[in-house]
Design a protein around this ligand. Structure first.
Ligand code: 13P
Length: 259
């Protein structure tokens, strides 16, 4: 059985390095008990250096960034952090195309450049796709299809595609100020099939077999088992609940014992 992957997107949290260390240590402790699950923690960039030692000591828990520059290497671009820089400090994954970045103006072609830079550097991109609204006529699937096409343009024969992960994260399902309204496993199952078919058309059948599809949006311990067993996904992208150590531990435990 392929390992499941649980990715924690800490977003702009926590506020201090001390709290970041504490949360990371507790998450690592929980990750060490798992057999079938890979854990990736995506903190704000400023914490990588202090958390790096903790991540590498265990080997079971990896670090991911929440974005990367469209520029590569080093250069005069103020405020940017390149894929190479992240890789050099031990970052293994990078979330790309998250709806909060798209909202700030990130375009499909930006995401495409970021994916190419990441793959070329050996970073594993987690590409987020998802509609803002769910409508009854199926139009939302066209939104997801267009996002996949734009983001993955020109990558068909790329050997490093095995490092790509697709996260289906409907924007309406992302938690807001403590309000959680997840998608349901049957609908996620339908979307996982649709995403696989779309990926096959863009990248070819063979490449797609190796690409995990995960779900994100108001994931909580109560829904983990259903998403993993009935949602047709290989893992989960967890936001709010990854900041609550006890709850995240429970999510990991349930994920590890799910079929
Ligand atoms: P929530 O789990 O808080 O809904 O966040 C999902 C998300 O945006 C992860 O990238």
């Amino acid at each position: 059985m392929a390992k499941k992957i649980i990715i924690a997107n800490w977003k702009m949290n926590p506020e201090t390095g001390e709290k970041a260390k504490e949360l990371f240590s507790l998450s690592r402790k929980a990750a060490l008990k798992l057999k079938n699950t890979k854990v990736v923690i995506c903190p704000p960039n400023i914490y990588f250096q202090s958390l790096g030692g903790l991540a590498s000591k265990s080997g079971r828990i990896s670090m991911g960034a929440q974005d990367v520059s469209i520029f590569s290497g080093s250069g005069p671009q103020t405020g940017e952090i390149s894929a190479e820089m992240l890789k050099k400090i031990g970052v293994e994954y990078v979330i790309l195309g998250h709806s909060s970045r798209r909202e700030l103006g990130e375009s499909g072609s930006d995401i495409n450049k970021k994916i190419k830079n990441s793959l070329a550097t050996g970073l594993k991109p987690i590409l987020c796709v998802g509609e803002k609204e769910r409508c009854d006529n199926g139009e939302f699937m066209k939104v997801v299809e267009a996002q996949l096409k734009e983001s993955l343009d020109g990558l068909k024969s790329e050997k490093s595609l095995k490092n790509l992960i697709i996260a289906y994260e409907p924007v309406w399902a992302i938690s807001k100020k403590g309000s959680f309204k997840a998608d349901n496993p049957d609908s996620v199952f339908g979307m996982s099939i649709f995403i696989r078919k779309t990926l096959a058309a863009i990248l070819g059948e063979d490449a797609v077999k190796k690409i995990p599809i995960i779900y994100g949006g108001s994931v909580a311990s109560q829904t983990v088992k259903d998403f993993l067993e009935r949602g047709g996904v290989n893992g989960l992208l967890v936001g709010g609940k990854s900041l609550v150590a006890k709850e995240f531990e429970e999510i990991l435990k349930i994920a590890d014992s799910s079929k």
